[in-house]
Ligand binder design. Sequence first.
Ligand code: FES
Length: 189
Amino acid sequence: MTTDAAAILGAGGDSREARGGGRGGEARAISVVSAAHFVQHFQSLVLPPLFPFLKATLGIGFVELGFALTVASITAVAAQLPVGFLVDKVGSRLMLVLGLALSAAAGHSVTTIEGLSADRQHPLQQAWIDEQVPQCGYCQSGMIMAAAALLAAIKRPSDADIDNAVTNICRCGTYARVRNAIHAAVART
Ligand code: FES
């Protein structure tokens, strides 16, 4: 029986009985931890086949869905060890309150290339096509999103602004075309 399992049940006493009532309490704690663990892994298996339905229902793309699942998985893996350590140290109730507070504060959104426009008609996407920017294409989603962030901050960026803001690496060397496409997108708006 680990102390974090007892903590999940909300018991903070020193004795085994206080932590959950001896072997009965341990069994309940192990059941709760096992159920939570099962749910966590089950959703990782169940969600990808549901992506086509989620895509239509939520109105977002496969890239965004995959990104969300990846972030959730990485966060779960990265947070398990330190959070387990903190639960043992400060107790489960405080950690639960902190977790809820962090969730409430995390109202930030992430936009991917599929969120830029529903029909690929965004001025940047059109300019990218007109200027034939992509070569292998590997870096181009990131290039366009960096350009979109730049234009959100500076309406008519100079070459220096572009060089400072769009620092993505392109192994095909499309930097000059990227610059031209950004200026072309500005001219379209
Ligand atoms: S277009 Fe090939 S890496 Fe940028």
